[in-house]
Design a protein around this ligand. Structure first.
Ligand SMILES: [Zn+2]
Length: 433
């Protein structure tokens, strides 16, 4: 087999891995970069108006022959590990004749998100797999394994072919709501792995203050119990574990969780995959209609969903009147600014920042809200495994070789795994396995 990491040997984001056997050629993940060449946050507008060859020439698309639209098909399949943009965000450039294999949850979330984002995946040739059920692409056997991650229904992949066994960790952790998955992986490790492609997002980031999703839920519940007015939780509506944590914390404190229509729609789109996710019709959940979400849903033929949420709809007057019992999932944008303008006095309101703090380095939206009286606190647990869990995985799996991926610190791997061979690669470099 031959391995090429087209992108991801020295960065987090933009993941793209190629594996070739004697007869098959597959790509694992086709992600959008998170940072540009100047290490600034990646602006997807720089993709606009460029041809495939221009995108490849400017290194925005990985140079993979036979992968893209308007080229002769030269790849047998694309596997997507999970529905995060840095793993699937360039799919719209894919040749539609190439099938895309992904989990049911990944497909549902990608399709639901598509109507809200300019960088739509436009999946036209999707095939869903079942976790732990092997499937074959020409002469390669792929076994997806469900992993705990902040991305929904995320998979790691065992790939077997040409007498070799390769394990792609994808993004994973062992401290989320599905932490038992890592425990099981360690108890029943996948054996005889020749190459372990291992993510290292957490290397260089230091210790987490909140070690688990459970700790996040507990701290939020404690704060909601004693709060005197409304709480705003700034988190991604794609982080389904976190939405569950907020809902459970609010419930424990006897509070109502207010979600927007977009969040309600995302959760509704996943109800066929899991019936444990909070839904707009559940007690203790209300839906706030922002005009932009309403228009987007209606324009995409989802008027029926907008109507379905009506019994749970909350208007700003009620939100303002009953603010003491409200926990609102929030995003900082002009519509939110208008809403807090209406709410008036916000002295003592809680602002919980519940995302990676790295996002704040370039622009911190909290200052104008602090001037309005909102008191901020960060309550967040990472979507990725810390060093000790990477070590536990390597010592359980005992792979013949570890290949760093999805990390800014590939050089740290060898000291982390002193007894295991580590083979760092550069983007585009070929490794015969
Ligand atoms: Zn991820």
């Amino acid at each position: 087999m031959k391995l090429i990491i087209h992108r991801g040997t020295h960065e987090i984001g933009g993941s793209c891995v190629e594996l070739c056997s004697e007869k098959a050629r597959i790509i694992i993940d086709l992600g959008m970069p998170l940072a540009d060449a100047q290490n600034e946050p990646f602006d997807s507008r720089q993709l606009e108006g460029k041809s495939i060859s221009e995108l490849i020439a400017s290194q925005l698309l990985p140079d993979v022959k036979g992968l893209y639209v308007a080229e002769e098909k030269g790849v047998d399949a694309v596997l997507i590990s999970h529905p995060h943009q840095d793993h699937y965000g360039l799919l719209r450039y894919l040749n539609p004749e190439i099938p895309v294999y992904l989990s049911k949850g990944s497909l549902a979330l990608i399709q639901a998100s598509d109507i809200f984002i300019p960088t739509k995946a436009n999946l036209r040739n999707a095939a869903t797999f079942e976790m732990w059920q092997p499937f074959t692409i020409v002469d390669l056997v792929i076994t997806p394994q469900l992993v705990d991650h902040s991305g929904f229904d995320a998979a790691a992949f065992l790939i077997e072919g040409d007498g070799k066994r390769v394990f792609y960790s994808g993004d994973f952790r062992g401290h989320g709501r599905k932490r038992v998955l890592l425990d099981n992986m360690l108890k029943h490790p996948t054996k005889d792995i020749d190459y372990l492609l291992l993510e290292g997002s957490m290397l260089g980031r230091g210790e987490a203050i909140y070690p688990s999703e459970k700790a996040v839920e507990d701290e939020m519940a404690a704060m909601f119990k004693v709060k005197s007015t409304i709480a705003f939780v700034f988190c991604s509506s794609q982080n389904i574990d976190r939405l569950v944590s907020v809902y459970r914390a609010a419930k424990r404190a006897g509070q109502t969780t207010v979600i927007d229509l977009y969040t309600a729609y995302i959760l509704d789109s996943l109800k066929g995959v899991s019936d444990n996710l909070p839904q707009h019709r559940w007690p203790g959940i209300r839906v706030f209609y922002f005009y932009g979400h309403l228009k987007t849903l209606q324009a995409n033929g989802w008027d029926s969903f907008v109507k379905e949420c009506l019994p749970s709809r909350i208007h700003k007057e009620e939100l303002s009147r009953d603010r003491k019992s409200m926990v609102m999932i929030a995003k900082y944008n002009p519509a939110f600014t208008r809403l807090i303008g209406y709410l008036g006095d916000l002295d003592g309101a809680l602002g919980i920042y519940s995302m990676w703090e790295g996002y704040l380095e370039k622009s911190d939206f909290r200052q104008p809200l602090q001037r309005r009286g909102i008191v901020f606190k960060t309550i967040h647990a990472s979507g990725h495994a810390p060093e000790q869990d990477l070590k536990r995985l390597v010592s359980a799996f005992k792979p013949k070789c570890v290949v760093p991926i999805h990390t800014f610190h590939p050089k740290d791997y060898q000291s982390l795994f002193p007894d295991t061979k580590v083979h760092p690669l550069n983007d585009g470099e070929e490794l015969i396995l």
